[in-house]
Write a protein that binds this ligand. Structure first.
Ligand code: XLS
Ligand code: NI
Ligand code: NI
Length: 467
């Protein structure tokens, strides 16, 4: 932080403390456009640059055409910064204390004054990075109060400030969510808790967070059930818990209609961590949950890549499985570490992987109201504010390469033509027949001695010609 902004902040905190007036910190100057990242200029696209703080592939306004559908890169990709990792991530892990000393955590101040400073930090970050969207949990942006009423008042005040900042900086909310996993009241779950008081409390929190998301014109609202699962089947009635979850999600969908929130509701699957088993295990399990509870058409899915791999799938598999059912709404774009078996939430920097993911996204005509949310964090050892920029830049460049390469594969058409050709025998064959007629057809034909090659290797060449 520059000495000017340090002085301003100190003055401001002093005023807030001495006045004792509620909201006195609102009078604080925001420290100007360089209050938190004074060493960083706006990141620009410069393909020939050797400077790490530049985009070599992401060129926000550059048009990319998928057949006749031409959009600016920023509109295909719809990048979003995650408040919880980028602003609140402190580098702590189960073995060690925080490692970051971010400028927005400096000095003593009330929890609400701090929340307001943090909020200003993300908008400066978004400006300098050139990203349009952000995402939050209610508890990332506003502290919990002593009572539910106070918690609501805190959130309302912060949402008011966020609304102003969104307008001032021309930014948008990709999604909001309720954080129903951190506090010890959620040890046995939120919607799936055996304690009915916790169930009702969780509903109140979702209602509050959805109100906040609506107020900020959020495009989506996410449900990630971190504690919705079990540690042991010996002490759990999973039929009861799944029924509770179904009723809770139905009530959430009704609430959306009641308040006139026109964003998409999204469920984010994850197989485990923190619970040993989580109910929204993967896309297929979540799709089945929606059908069992007559919730088709009311929810889509937010696929997180690192969750996909934790469930034993690839991210590509999860995107495709959601997409073919009309359920792919958003991607939490990150990756794990092949040698580490948990949710390491790393930035996805592999352009070949990015191309595989963008293929599905482009084939379904983009993500609609959804986007690519960087649910990704710095390594514990990365402690400079510049690292936050390096991380997002490499993630954005990788996805931009993925976008261009996937568009080229689709526009070329050879891979699709090859896949289609494998199914050509069905062009003149109705497979929706009963076994009697199929048996009759088989009886009247030659016994198939073999069938043609799958030629995966050829498909790999048709893919790698563009990557
Ligand atoms: C945690 C999840 C979380 C959700 C939002 O693993 O990815 O960050 O995206 O609650
Ligand atoms: Ni996520
Ligand atoms: Ni995650």
């Amino acid at each position: 932080m520059s000495s000017r902004s340090m002085r301003l902040l100190a003055w401001c905190v002093l005023l807030a403390l001495s006045s004792g007036l509620a909201g006195a910190e609102d009078v604080c100057d925001d420290g100007g456009p360089d209050a938190f990242f004074p060493t960083i200029e706006k990141v620009v696209y410069d393909p020939s640059s050797r400077a790490p703080l530049a985009f070599r592939h992401y060129n926000a306004e550059e048009e990319v055409c998928v057949k006749e559908d031409c959009r600016a890169m920023k509109d295909w990709l719809r990048f979003s910064v995650a408040f919880w990792h980028t602003i609140r991530g402190d580098g702590s892990d189960p073995f060690g204390s925080p490692t970051k000393s971010w400028p927005w955590e400096e000095g003593e101040m009330s929890a609400m004054a701090r929340a307001k400073v943090r909020l200003r930090a993300i908008f400066e970050f978004l400006d300098k990075l050139g990203v349009e969207y952000w995402c939050f949990h209610d508890r990332d942006i506003a502290p919990e109060g002593q009572t539910l009423q106070e918690t609501k008042a805190n959130l309302d005040a912060i949402v008011e400030q966020a609304k102003e900042l969104q307008e001032k900086h021309d930014k948008k909310l990709l999604w909001g969510t309720a954080q129903l996993f951190h506090h010890k009241r959620y040890i046995n779950g939120a919607a799936t808790s055996p304690d009915s008081r916790v169930y009702a409390y969780a509903a109140a929190m979702v209602a509050m967070a959805m109100d906040a998301t609506k107020k900020l014109q959020g495009q989506n609202f996410v449900f990630w059930g971190g504690r919705e699962g079990y540690q042991s089947l010996l002490n759990s009635d999973i039929k009861q818990e799944l029924d509770q979850l179904g009723a809770f999600m139905s009530a959430a969908a009704d609430y959306k209609e009641e308040i006139g929130f026109d964003g998409e509701l999204l469920i984010e699957p994850k197989p485990q961590e923190p619970m040993k088993h989580q109910y929204d295990f993967d896309v297929a399990t979540t799709a089945n949950f929606l059908r069992m509870n007559n919730l088709e058409g009311k929810f889509k899915i937010n696929v997180e890549c690192n969750h996909a791999t934790l469930s034993g799938h690839s991210c590509e598999h999860e995107l495709r499985t959601a997409s073919i059912q009309g359920l792919l709404g958003n991607v939490d774009i990150n990756t794990g570490d092949p040698q580490t078996g948990w949710d390491t939430d790393q930035f996805l920097t592999d352009p070949v992987e990015a191309t595989r993911l963008m293929l599905t996204i482009l084939e379904q005509g983009g993500l609609g109201k959804g986007g690519l949310n960087f649910d990704a964090k710095l390594r514990r050892e990365s402690v400079d504010v510049e690292d936050l920029f390096y991380a997002h830049i490499s993630g954005m460049d990788a996805m931009a390469r993925g976008l261009k390469q996937a568009a080229a594969i689709i526009n070329d058409g050879s891979l699709k033509a090859f896949v289609d050709s494998r199914y050509r025998s069905f062009e003149t064959f109705d497979f929706r027949q009963d076994f009697k007629s199929l048996s009759a057809l088989a009886m009247a034909s030659d016994v198939p001695a073999s069938t043609e090659s799958g030629s995966q290797e050829k498909a790999e060449i048709l893919f790698s010609m563009f990557t």
